[in-house]
Design a protein around this ligand. Structure first.
Ligand SMILES: Nc1ncnc2c1ncn2[C@@H]1O[C@H](COP(=O)(O)OP(=O)(O)O)[C@@H](O)[C@H]1O
Ligand SMILES: [Mg+2]
Length: 458
């Protein structure tokens, strides 16, 4: 499904999907759309040529909070691709203590597997729910057999069996109707807490081994009894039953293929491993270059061993990202530069962008807060003027304090709504509240005008 799904999306469609969530950044959207489509185009090229075509890995260059991560994340979601975000500065060169770059691929595989498993579990959810009801019924009214039952006489009369069956049928109906949800049952659950946390030696996972798993298989699984409501029991048992119903081997195979064909790795802060020409020589630069060298084969396409098997990285899409304030992309080693042929400069966001970010996207912050207040039965409305004012103040604080892009909207909105979030539902009993411009000014003006306060709070 996933591969076809990706194939069906044309660059145009990808951009219009991204438009639903991300304001502006047209160039970046176009580039990622092309890259995604090109991966599929490349996979359809003749074998001989295919290996010559360099994937359209992208470098997104721009200040913080302008949507670099968001674009990559949304791209992954709409192509249903396994996606992992890593920070280049967190890696250390192979041979040194720390995380080696190959771990990004292992992480991607884990993400791919849980993604596939969730989908598979959704597909068997009806079957699983049925099995859960059967198990609940067996707990509520255990079945009896016509001979050698549990009675003191050693067998049950056919009347007993009849009655038992009738009662079970009645309870099954009640279960299905949801009439028994509060009733308590005792069920056996696996004892989750492991007795010891085992830490393997550095790099152990390189060998595709996991000590915890090995020990886990040797120690028999412990279970314990717990009493809970039927509602809760349904959740616990559903997890167990859907685990049981899916085929784990095929989940792994599917995940590996998805990772290899569709995976997206987002490498953030790649500028931090560039050796800035202004930095001079020596010191940490050596290890930064080491990380770049380690990164190279993965981005070029190689085999990475994971505990589920080899993963070919040839078709994985890599998106690098960085502010590049100090270093420039040309400070990366040439081979690595060459592997990120598409450079996109992200635009700084304007006041008007903020206005749109606050109001337009499906998941806009104002809508998120509205959803939160809805839980308390309160409807919050923002007037258009209020949203313009929030955007204005955000732009102002970015200007005067530090430009953190759209991230500023998060801090501003949480300060703006702090009083409501605290006072609802105890102190403020209204169920419909309108946030207008004067409310925005009342809550925020003091903070915005006081530089020290805005430094710490906004
Ligand atoms: N152009 C944009 N459109 C909509 N939301 C944005 C945009 N840019 C940033 N945001 C929001 O701001 C926050 C930070 O964005 P992010 O993509 O993580 O920034 P960065 O460029 O530093 O990776 C996220 O909540 C994101 O949704
Ligand atoms: Mg980011």
């Amino acid at each position: 499904m996933s591969q076809d799904n990706q194939a069906q999306l044309t660059p145009f469609q990808i951009v219009s999907e991204l438009d639903k969530y991300i304001i502006g950044q047209k160039d970046a959207k176009r580039s990622v759309a092309i890259a995604l489509r090109n991966r599929w185009r490349r996979m359809n090229a003749d074998e001989e040529l295919r290996n010559e075509i360099i994937p359209n890995n992208i470098m997104l260059i721009g200040p913080t909070g302008v949507g670099k991560t968001e674009i990559a994340r949304r791209l992954a979601r709409l192509s249903r691709a396994p996606f992992v975000k890593v920070e280049a500065s967190k890696f250390t060169e192979v041979g040194y203590v720390g995380r080696d770059v190959e771990s990004m691929i292992r992480d991607l595989v884990e993400i791919g597997i849980s993604m596939v498993k969730i989908e598979m579990q959704e597909r068997v959810s009806e079957k699983a729910a049925e099995a859960v009801e059967k198990r609940l019924l067996d707990i509520l009214i255990p079945p009896i057999k016509s001979v050698h039952g549990g009675t003191p006489t050693g067998f049950n009369s056919s009347d007993d069996v009849d009655l038992n069956e009738k009662t079970r049928a009645k309870f099954l109906e009640k279960l299905k109707a949801g009439d028994l949800e509060d009733r308590k049952v005792e069920i056996e659950v696996s004892d989750k807490k492991p007795s010891v946390q085992v830490l393997g030696p550095q790099g152990m996972e390189d060998f595709g081994m996991n000590i915890q798993d090995m020990l886990g298989n040797m120690v028999p699984k412990k279970t314990k009894k717990r009493t809970m409501s039927i509602t809760e029991a349904r959740k616990v048992l559903l997890g167990e039953e859907s685990e049981r119903l899916i085929d784990h081997d095929s989940a792994i195979q599917e995940a590996l293929s998805r990772v290899q064909n569709n995976g997206i790795v987002f490498i953030d802060e790649v500028d931090k491993i560039a050796t800035s020409s202004a930095n001079g020589k020596g010191g940490p630069d050596v290890s930064r270059q080491g990380v770049q060298r380690d990164l190279l084969p993965i981005v070029e396409g190689s085999n990475v061993s994971t505990k589920y098997g080899m993963v070919k990285t040839d078709h994985i899409l890599f998106i690098a990202s960085g502010a590049f304030h100090m270093a420039k992309p040309s400070d990366l080693i040439p081979e690595l530069q060459g592997r990120f042929p598409i450079r996109v400069e992200m635009q700084s966001l304007t006041e008007d962008d903020f206005y749109q970010i606050l109001s337009k996207p499906k998941t806009a912050l104002t809508k998120q807060y509205q959803a939160l207040f809805k839980a308390d039965g309160v409807t919050i409305d923002f007037t258009d003027e209020a949203i313009r004012e929030i955007a204005h103040l955000a732009a102002q604080v970015n200007d005067e304090v530090e430009n953190i892009g759209a991230r500023r909207l998060h801090t501003i909105l949480s300060s703006l709504l702090e009083e409501l979030m605290f006072s609802i539902p105890d102190d403020i009993k209204e169920t419909a509240i309108t946030i207008d411009k004067s409310y925005v000014n009342k809550q925020l003006d003091g903070l915005v005008k006081n530089r020290d306060l805005s430094h710490f709070i906004l």
